[in-house]
Ligand binder design. Structure first.
Ligand code: FE2
Length: 145
């Protein structure tokens, strides 16, 4: 990111993408450290704060990687990103509702990307990643009730 900020790295991955991947890696490392000291429980506000940010960024990535002519999907993704940014301290019920819709959106997007019915530069591995993380969020959310 520093090299990109300094104009030394030219890449098709934008700074938010690098930051996103680093955040996910840091959280995974923290979870592993917790496991090794016997701490397996999840913290409700950490789960919601972390994943709402990640979901919002996924929506933004999707919006910015769809072909511009996919206007309806771009608009949906942009609106979804905005909705996630408002939910970082939201109630579990609101988060669950937004997540349910987002999982359905991601499933549709993944199938469309895979079949070529949706025009984009979204790699199928990225489509799979964003769906798996939404399912992971759903699973963690159920465990912090
Ligand atoms: Fe992610």
């Amino acid at each position: 990111m520093k090299a990109q900020d300094a104009g030394q790295l030219k890449s098709l991955a934008y700074p938010t993408f690098f930051e996103h991947v680093a955040l996910e890696g840091d959280r995974f490392a923290r979870r592993l450290e917790g496991f090794s000291s016997g701490k397996v429980e999840l913290d409700r506000s950490e789960v919601i704060n972390f994943w709402t940010r990640i979901m919002g960024e996924h929506a933004d990535f999707i919006a910015h990687m769809l072909d511009p002519k996919e206007r309806a999907l771009v608009e949906t993704a942009m609106k979804t990103g905005k909705a996630w940014r408002k939910l970082d301290d939201g109630s579990k019920k609101k988060v669950e509702g937004t997540l349910e819709g987002f999982i359905a959106f991601k499933k549709t997007a993944q199938a469309g990307v895979e079949s070529g019915k949706i025009d984009s530069i979204i790699h199928p591995i990225l489509a799979d990643h964003v769906l798996r993380e939404a399912l992971k969020f759903s699973d963690e959310l159920k465990r912090v009730s």
